[in-house]
Design a protein around this ligand. Structure first.
Ligand code: PEP
Length: 248
């Protein structure tokens, strides 16, 4: 019912030549990945056009890591939703924990981004997740529920993707166990059910996803894909994640 989505977030890595080298190795392998899965890469803004050009005619989708929620105007250094459409972008990350932590992005602003992206037909991937302190204080589910509700206020939820990324698991090598991730995904789906057709919404897991833990995560009923940081930078490891073997 929900097509798996494996998304790579390159963060602030890779120039245009690096992008070409990556895709020269990765794209030929993509034909081995089962066709029922969506594969997405989110390079830095300046490498998007190169990636879109090289991915043309292949199943690879290209996304952005950020957007500014205005049509145009005096917003020095920012990129608008229509500029992303123009570049060939299909998805855009919103509210990655690094944006929340280093750039002070809060849920109300993130909600503006979600709405602005939907207006131009780009699918937002809304990232949510608790810090270690919040988890240890027993607040993980309530924090995440509030991020989901606030980020998706007034939004047709079937047009978005949600990514659950516990902050303590991002780039640390610590992954939530498949059971813990499933529990949070089920809780997110319950929150979504109050907002619309939750069964149709893809919920990705992110946080140190690797080739050796993806199959176990994907075997969980509410885990519909992965948001992959570090392991998406290497074509072989990203391919191995995309081509995970489904558990019987
Ligand atoms: C991310 O950046 O969204 C992420 C999950 O990173 P990593 O896979 O490196 O933990």
């Amino acid at each position: 019912m929900r097509r798996p989505l494996i998304a790579g977030n390159w963060k602030m890595f890779k120039t245009n030549p690096d992008t070409s080298v990556f895709l020269a190795e990765f794209l030929p392998k993509l034909s081995d990945v089962p066709s029922g899965r969506d594969v997405l890469l989110c390079p830095p803004f300046l490498s998007i056009a190169r990636a879109v050009g090289l991915a043309a005619g292949t199943p690879l989708c290209v996304g952005a890591q950020n957007v500014y929620p205005k049509e145009n105007g005096a917003f020095t250094g920012e990129v608008s939703p229509l500029m992303l459409v123009d570049a060939g972008v299909k998805y855009c990350l919103v509210g990655h924990s690094e944006r929340r932590a280093y750039f002070g992005e809060v849920d109300t602003f993130l909600n503006e981004k979600v709405r602005a992206l939907l207006e131009v037909g780009i699918t937002p991937i809304v990232c949510v997740g608790e810090t270690l302190e919040q988890r240890e204080a027993g607040q993980a589910e309530s924090v995440v529920a509030e991020q989901v509700r606030a980020g998706l206020t007034g939004v047709a939820i079937t047009s978005v993707v949600v990514a659950y990324e516990p902050v303590w698991a991002i780039g640390t090598g610590k992954t939530a166990s498949a059971a813990d991730a499933q529990q949070m995904h089920a809780s997110i789906r319950t929150v979504l059910a109050a907002l619309g057709e939750a069964e149709l919404v893809r919920i990705l897991y992110g946080g140190s996803v690797k080739a050796d833990n993806i199959a176990e995560l994907m075997a969980m009923p509410d885990i519909d894909g992965a948001l992959v940081g570090g392991a998406s930078l290497d074509p072989s490891s990203f391919y191995a994640i995309c081509n995970y073997v489904e558990k019987g």
